[in-house]
Ligand binder design. Structure first.
Ligand code: NAP
Length: 562
């Protein structure tokens, strides 16, 4: 018997450090960790102690004899990883925390998403480090609340980790407080030894094709925020009256939006999806969602676990034309001689399996198209047709970054559609008063220390973590290593005397923000909101019913304070 890691794996590696036989890989010190879709248990080495189960925040680990039928493919997926990965590497020895100077270290963290929390987790271990976390929203948890799909409840289990960080005596929330409006960057810098920006990647990438701004051409990032009840997007104009939606891109966001569009609303009604989205989805006419991948199946951006999960959606067929699964020469050759990376080999195997599946008349459809790019969007005021171009692998077979590349052919085809979702990635936006790398959409930094320019001098006391530090890649748990690196940079700089003491005590921060009109929500306020949402949800058999307007949040927080 062995244990198996299944779909919800968040890569935060908390399981790795408790495994007594080092059978979970890649570990954070192995190069594969940074790009791994998930972690995998070596069935040959696992001793079934179950320590990892207790540690996993998202309930992804299951003994193999308790796997449900839908999770059985993970037996092979876990085992396959060990076919082509040398796992001799040991574990990162736990870092011996340096002795802090005999005074407090005050850190402000801007943002309250996963990256913010993983940095805070590392800092609040030391009682002498005081962390104040700011977020302009009345709720914490960033994309765990506003990004993770509502039908992925297990993934939201990481909130427990974050809540235990927030419960520490040396942690304070400043929710509903906007840096730049209620308190300035300079005011933070004057009051804290270190300011860490964990503001994520707030906007979407652009296709730069004709018709992109027509009505019903919507950024998937906004659509996700809409169905997750983000207050800024509650009024998003989304029209679901056409029968076909097209999603450009095939990353996990594309799969999320496709799945939500065709899942039975009665199933979604059991989740924490926003009420306004559920109401609209109940009236939706969409029966087919086409996903356009510009490269081939071997380069598909989705993770195998998310692709596999599409097969479990009731009443939905995943449709792939076998002719569309043509491989680039390199992948074809490596697959033939069994040297292809196991994750990519699994991607191809799963797509081929799905392509063979029979379709059920009357089912809704998620259709994968590969080697196709959008060329133009037509419509009179709103989207009616997407013109696509067929792509072919280039002779060189690699772009400047060494990735398999494609070029447009002369072949075009049209897709009639009334809804186009652009799921081609998130992008960071400049942070007021910080330098910005326009090309990469990140704040230039060295291991989390902000630099005046790319490769420039470090700006003492300023740090970044998460997507604004490294770009919009990687799931939630990937932020743990990232947050730890930044937090350790703060601690090391403090110990080394590289950051100066604040010029102003931080005692006036709450009053300062209140004077500027902030209705700050603290831990008690957030707990009141959380309890009110859960209680409203319970009545309807749901985990929570989300508030979406700032006034509702403020009222719930105030009611809890009475
Ligand atoms: P992503 O994984 O980077 O995928 C972006 C997709 O857009 C790719 O298919 C990409 O193709 C395509 N694309 C980019 N520019 C394009 C263009 N100009 N024309 C056509 N296609 C274009 O981004 P994402 O889906 O937004 O996800 C962001 C991160 O969050 C990822 O690491 C993802 O795994 C993570 N995430 C995880 C989950 C989960 O675990 N369930 C859920 C949501 C998001 P190329 O590959 O050819 O560039």
């Amino acid at each position: 018997m062995a244990h198996v890691i299944t779909r919800p794996c968040c890569n935060d590696a908390s399981c790795v450090s408790v495994c007594p036989v080092n059978c979970i890989h890649p570990t954070p010190d192995e190069p594969e960790f940074l790009t791994a879709e998930a972690l995998y248990i070596d069935p040959e080495t696992c001793i079934d102690c179950g320590a990892c189960i207790d540690e996993c925040p998202v309930e992804a680990i299951v003994p193999d004899d308790q796997l449900t039928e839908r999770d059985e493919p993970y037996l092979q997926i876990n085992a396959d990883y060990y076919k082509d990965h040398d796992v001799e590497g040991g574990l990162v020895p736990p870092r011996k925390a340096p002795q802090l100077p005999d005074r407090e270290l005050h850190v402000a963290i801007v943002g309250a998403g996963p990256a913010a929390f993983y940095a805070a987790e590392e800092l609040v271990r030391k009682p002498a480090i005081k962390v104040d976390m700011f977020d302009r929203l009345p709720t914490p948890y960033g994309l765990v609340r506003a990004g993770v799909a509502p039908d992925h409840a297990a993934t939201k289990g990481v909130e427990k980790t974050f809540a235990s960080v927030a419960a520490k005596k040396n942690f304070d929330y400043y929710l509903n407080v906007e840096v730049g409006k209620h308190i300035s960057h300079d005011e933070l810098v004057a009051r804290y030894h270190a300011v860490i920006y964990a503001v994520g990647a707030a906007t979407d990438k652009r296709l730069n094709i004709e018709g992109e701004d027509l009505r019903n051409s919507v950024a998937a990032t906004q659509f996700v925020a809409w169905y997750n009840g983000h207050p800024d997007f509650a009024d998003l104009d989304v029209d679901l009256s056409s029968e076909r939606a097209v999603v450009v891109g095939n990353g996990n966001v594309a799969l999320d939006v496709a799945r939500i569009l065709v899942t039975d609303p009665d199933e979604l009604a059991k989740t924490d999806i926003a009420d306004h989205a559920l109401a609209k989805l109940r009236e939706s006419n969409i029966t087919e969602v086409v996903l356009l991948g510009r490269r081939g199946v071997a380069q598909a951006a989705y993770t195998n676990s998310e692709f596999l999960a599409l097969g479990d959606v009731e009443g939905v067929d995943v449709v792939i034309d076998p002719e569309d699964l043509v491989l680039d020469e390199g992948s074809e050759a490596a697959l033939a001689d069994d040297t292809l990376d196991s994750t990519i080999a699994t991607k191809i195997r799963l797509a081929r399996e799905f392509a063979e599946r029979p379709q059920t008349p009357g089912n809704k459809r998620i259709v994968f198209r590969f080697l196709a790019s959008p060329a133009g969007i037509a419509g009179d005021g709103e989207v009616t047709t997407l013109t696509c171009v067929r792509n072919a692998y280039t002779e060189a077979d690699a772009d400047a970054a060494g990735r398999v590349a494609v070029k447009a052919t002369d072949e075009r085809f049209d897709l009639e559609t009334g809804l186009l979702l652009r799921a081609i990635g998130y992008r960071g936006v400049p942070v007021t008063d910080l330098p910005f790398d326009e090309g990469r959409g990140v704040v230039p930094n060295a291991g989390g220390r902000v630099q005046a320019a790319t490769e420039g001098d470090v700006m003492p006391g300023l740090y970044v973590t998460g997507w604004i530090k490294r770009g919009a890649t990687g799931g939630i748990g990937m932020n743990r290593l990232c947050g730890q690196e930044t937090a350790r940079a703060v601690i090391d700089d403090f110990v080394a005397g590289a950051i100066g003491d604040p010029s102003t005590p931080r005692d006036d921060v709450a009053a300062l923000c209140a004077d500027r009109g902030a209705n700050r929500i603290d831990l008690a306020g957030w707990k009141a909101i959380d309890a009110a949402e859960k209680s409203a949800g319970k009545a309807a058999g749901r985990a929570r019913a989300k508030f979406v307007s700032i006034s509702e949040f403020e009222a719930a927080a105030a009611a809890g304070a009475q």
